[in-house]
Design a protein around this ligand. Structure first.
Ligand code: S3P
Length: 446
């Protein structure tokens, strides 16, 4: 794979984009289907590196996974207690969701397993899941006093239901505890400071589990086998749609129709913020699929103004901050992003990466301990920049390049983590991707 992609300022973005499957929901679909007793067909599964890590982990635990020629995936599990001990180390790759959610599932098993990941994942905090899972009776050990992977997960004897008040609004922590809660003898509750994405709760409900939400507390009542739907359709990922929303808003004369976008309210902070900045986005064709809201989005170019956002909205748009920085650079006035300290423990320290890499394109972004301050509008120039091997940084730099003065991005192959065909789509829409000798890391898991 080539180490560099160059994008030039692009033409207006017009036409349609079919948005690939939601990454969070794809992970959960494989995990829950793998714990069921009858085959589940998953439609529009995100065939990207992160979700393939989950597929491979579940396969190593004895779940049968078959890809159909039409792109559907059929998952056949052996029931809640039907996983088998893996005979090799499980590899979560770059995926925090795989490692944290699988910790909850593996913590409840009566066998031994080891889970590791790539260099980035081995430096991300795992104590935040090990701590509550240990309270439940899971026996999980990690490097540096149980803070980091690789993780060794010892056979569990008895899993207890707990009431856990998470200090961080994190869907991964909440989900790990709820999944372990499937194996507990009593109900388990998790509360969080602000409600994070609720895909686990909605999918558990679609699988017949008794799970109840009250404010920011969710309680799972375990005890019976999962009862899955025959077919699960994964909505498109609003975090992937966000790149097109920002690009089309900024480049004059653009109009895009984004098909099949998940609009679960715990994920639509980006729509609220872009609209508050003056964006022209219409939500049409609303529908529902397995408890998840889906729609099409129409975005037309518009002039933007700066805005302020803080901790309350952060869980609803945490993954969109890098591309929101591009919108803020194009907006007139000051944008203040606060309460975003979680970005420092993502695939890379995203606050630092944004400030550093956009500076190479001529932008002045002030990095604060928990956010960013951006005074706009700023005219970007051409520059050489680095993805930090972080998919969302790579795609945000590409949007900055196309909407600004161009960019040459090193290590762009990381887009395969969540959007393998991103550069092909960008080129189709803007005809501005030069030297595309990066090889999209296939759209399958083999
Ligand atoms: C995710 C939750 C979020 C998000 C991540 C995916 C999930 O992380 O940033 O990309 O699928 O549950 P946190 O739970 O750490 O906030």
């Amino acid at each position: 794979m080539s180490k560099r992609v160059t994008v030039r300022p692009g033409r207006a973005l017009r036409g349609e984009v079919f948005i690939p499957g939601d990454k969070s929901i794809s992970h959960r679909a494989v995990m829950l289907a793998g714990l069921a007793q009858k085959p589940v067909i998953i439609r529009n599964f995100l065939l990207a590196a992160d979700c393939c890590s989950t597929l491979e982990c579940m396969r190593a635990l004895g779940v049968t996974i078959v890809s159909q020629p039409d792109g559907d995936i059929v998952i056949t599990g052996n029931g809640l207690r039907g996983l088998k001990e893996p005979n090799a180390v499980l590899d979560a790759g770059n995926s925090g969701t795989t490692m944290r959610l699988m910790s909850g599932i593996l913590g409840g098993q009566s066998f031994f397993s080891i889970m590791t990941g790539d260099n980035s994942l081995r430096h991300r905090p795992m104590g935040r899941v090990i701590q509550p899972l240990s309270q439940m009776g899971c026996r999980i050990k990690g490097r540096q006093q149980d803070k980091y992977a690789p993780l060794a997960i010892l056979p569990a004897e008895r899993i207890k239901g707990i009431s856990y008040a998470s200090p961080v609004a994190s869907a991964q922590i909440k989900s790990a505890v709820l999944l372990a809660g499937l194996y507990a003898e009593e109900p388990t509750s998790v509360s969080e400071p602000v409600k994070s994405r609720d895909h686990t709760e909605l999918m558990l409900q679609a699988f017949g589990v008794d799970i109840r939400q009250e404010g920011t507390t969710v309680t799972i009542y375990p005890g019976k086998e999962l009862d899955p739907p025959d077919v699960l359709e994964v909505p498109g990922d609003i975090s992937s749609a966000a790149f097109w929303l920002v690009a089309a808003t900024i480049v004059p004369g653009s109009e895009l129709y984004l098909r099949n976008v998940g609009v679960n309210p715990t994920r639509t902070g980006i729509l609220d913020v872009l609209r508050a900045m003056g964006a022209n986005i219409t939500v049409v064709n609303r529908r529902e699929s397995a408890g998840e809201l889906v729609a099409d989005l129409v975005v037309k170019s518009a002039d933007l103004v700066g805005t302020s956002i803080g901790a309350d909205i952060m869980p609803r748009l945490i993954d969109e901050i890098p591309v929101l920085a591009v919108a803020a650079l194009a907006a007139k006035g000051k944008t203040v992003i606060a309460g975003a300290e979680e970005l420092r423990v993502k695939e890379t320290d995203r606050l630092k990466a944004i400030a550093q890499e956009f500076a190479r394109l001529g932008a002045a972004i002030i990095e604060t301990p928990d956010g960013l301050i951006i005074n706009g509008p700023q005219k970007l120039g051409y520059g050489d920049c680095y993805s930090h091997d972080d998919h969302r940084i790579a795609m945000s730099l590409a949007v900055a390049g196309v909407t600004g003065g161009g960019a040459s991005i090193s290590d762009p192959g990381c887009v395969a983590i969540s959007y393998p065909r991103f550069f092909e789509e960008l080129n189709r829409l803007t005809n501005c991707v030069e030297a595309l000798d990066h090889d999209p890391e296939t759209d399958n898991c083999d």
